[in-house]
Design a protein around this ligand. Structure first.
Ligand SMILES: [Zn+2]
Length: 248
């Protein structure tokens, strides 16, 4: 049976002699793995279109166990992401994160559209990579049912309390009366809460021009990292480890 779907390549792994297993985020089936036969041959039918970040229309054939790629109609390779190693690493992290968030066989159109939009905008940027990446992290959590609650206390629902903290475990902010619910809750300033809200609801194109103050970014980074760790159950992102090593 042949199936046609738009998809983005998240990962490519060697498989046997000259074949590769490609992890796709597809529009119609969510995450799936497909074999690209003979992709290593210089004129191999699939050497184009099966690299990470490639976005195209894939024709897949369902074999006994795995899908096979029968044709790729490349729409965009986002080659500009490869211009600089830091930029490439941020974008690689986004693919890694997306792969951890999505599930096999489950579609997520909002997240799919977000990923394409992110890659489009991000590939044209040449600075302030963190802001757009933070926006993607928060939006992807939100679109996958893990939205952090920052409008009101996650425990009692009270609004507008001062001295709130952020509890990754409870899934949002805790007011001063509920702080005992999580002894590990983290410091969060009013500015950071406002920035989080902005990153969750504004358009990526708009966010790409927005600059976050370093202390806010630092607070936000700590919170989001911890939140992903708990809710996506993943803490070791190869790309992030590399990024930290490069920054040092
Ligand atoms: Zn409360």
């Amino acid at each position: 049976m042949l199936l046609k779907t738009d998809a983005v390549v998240l990962k490519q792994k060697k498989f046997g002699e000259g074949d590769a297993v490609i992890t796709l985020f597809s529009k119609k089936l969510g995450k799936l793995q497909a074999v690209a036969k003979g992709f290593k041959r210089p004129r191999g039918k699939y050497s184009v279109g099966t690299q990470p970040f490639c976005y195209g229309e894939f024709v897949l054939f369902k074999g006994k166990e795995l899908y096979q790629i029968s044709q790729v109609d490349l729409k965009q390779s986002f080659y500009k992401l490869r211009e600089d190693v830091i930029k490439l690493t941020y974008a690689s992290y986004i693919l890694e994160l997306t792969e951890s968030i999505i599930t096999e066989g489950q579609t997520n159109n909002r997240l799919f559209t977000l990923l394409i939009e992110y890659l489009h905008i991000f590939s044209k940027m040449n600075k302030e990579y963190e802001t757009l990446t933070k926006a993607y992290e928060l939006k992807s959590l939100m679109y996958s049912g893990f939205k952090p609650q920052i409008e009101s206390c996650v425990h009692c629902g009270s609004l507008g309390s001062e001295n709130v903290k952020f509890s990754a475990r409870e899934g949002g902010i805790l007011c001063s009366n509920c702080l005992s619910e999580d002894p590990y809750s983290m410091k969060i300033s009013r500015v950071t809460i406002n920035v989080m809200q902005y990153l969750m609801y504004a358009d990526l194109a708009q966010i790409a021009r927005f600059k976050i103050k370093p202390y806010v970014l630092k607070e936000l980074e700590k919170i989001v990292k911890h939140y992903i760790n708990i809710h996506i159950e993943k803490s070791k992102f190869k790309s992030l480890q590399f990024l930290e090593a490069v920054k040092k």
